[in-house]
Design a protein around this ligand. Sequence first.
Ligand code: ZN
Ligand code: ZN
Length: 411
Amino acid sequence: MAAKGRVLMVVMDGLGDRAVPEFSARTPLQKARTPNLDWFARNGSSGIMDVIAPGVRPGSDTAHLALLGYDPYEVYAGRGPFEAAGIGLVGKKGDVAFRCNFATVDEGMNVIDRRAGRIAEPETDELLEALQSLEFSGVEAIVAKGTEHRAALILRGQGLSPEVSDVDPHELGPVWESKPLAPEAEFTAMTVNRFVRRSHEILDGHPVNEARRAEGKPPANILLPRGAGAFPDIVPFPQRTGMSAACVAGVGMIRGICKVCGLDVLELPDCCTGGLSTDMERKAEIALEALEEHDFVMLNVKAADISGHDSLPDQKVEVIERIDRMFALIRERLPEDVVMALTADHSTPVSVGDHSGDPVPLTIHSRHVVRDGTEGYDEASCAKGRLGRIRGKDLMPILMDLANRSEKFGA
Ligand code: ZN
Ligand code: ZN
C-alpha cells in the first residue's frame, strides 16, 4: 500500500454565485482573474458539490459539518453550541447553549438598543464577572464573552431541552418570554426566563453601567439569549478518520464547529480576523505550518461571503483575486504528499445577498489525481470535470481515498 498522504481542505466561504448581468452574465468567479486557482483546476479533478443536497440553502454551520464528513441532519441541533464553543465555552452532552447579546432595555423591559451601543471589553468582562455562578433550581448558568456585545450562555443540569424559543426579539420592542416548543421544555424555558430577569437585576445597577449612563452611553443592562441548541454527541473527527486534525479559521462559529468536532483550533494573530481585511497569505502560511504536525487541516477564508451578503459584485471580484494570490503561495509551498480540496461551504450570490442552494465549485489537486482537462476554476468549468456533481458529505471519503487512507470494503 502506498504511503499515506496529508489533506488540506480550503473552504472559500460563500464563493459560489449566479450570473451577474453587469458582468455580461458571468459570475464574480468567472470574471475574476485567477491564474492560480485555474492552475489547480488544470492540474486536478473537478466537479460541483451540493454541500447539503440539491437546492438546500446551507448555513455555514451545517455546511462545515457536511464538509467534515458528518450528516448534518443527524448531528445538528441548533447553532448555540457552536457559537459557545467558538468563544471557548465547550459544553457536554445534556447542556443547552445559547448565543446572547448584551442589550439595553428601558423600565418597561423594551429593548431600545440590541447591542448596548456595541459595548466591548473590558466592560463586558466586568459585567460577565457579576453573572458568574448563578444557579436556578439546580441548573448552573455559565457565561462567556464573545466579540463586542456578544456572549454565550450554557445551562447545565438535569432535565434540560433545547426546544425553547428566543428571548431576543431580534428588533426593538418588548423582550420576549422564552416559550417551550415541546412539552419537555417547560422547565428549560422557565429557567431561561429566570436567568434573563436575574441578569437585568444584576446588570442594571452595576457600576459599569452607572459609568456608561454618566457618559451618555446606553447601559448593557440585560443579556438576551437566542438560538438554543444541544451539544451534539458526535464521534470526534480524529477518531472517525484516523487523522490528527487542525482548523485555521477566524470566524467564531466555524472555530466552534471544529472544536466540537475535535479538531485543534489554532490561535491566530490579529491580522487573521475572518473579516474583509484579513491577511490571507498569513493564514495560508499558518495552515501549511499546521500540516507539519497534523494529517488534516481545514482552512476557512471568509471574505467572499461578506461581499455576497452585502451584494457587492465588484468587491467580490476583488476579494476572489486576493484569494487567488493566496493560492500562489500555496502552489509554491505545498508539500508533495498533500491532497488539497479547493471549494466553498455554500454560494452567497450577490443578487441574493444571502446563502443559496446553488452548488459550489470543487477542485481536488494532488500529485497523482487524474488531470481531467478542466480549464479553469469556476462554477461552469468545474461542472465539466470528472467528479461530476457530489454532495458535501462525499468529499471526505474521496479525499481519504486519494490520500491512501481508506479502509478496503471487502477482501
Ligand atoms: Zn459560510
Ligand atoms: Zn454567510
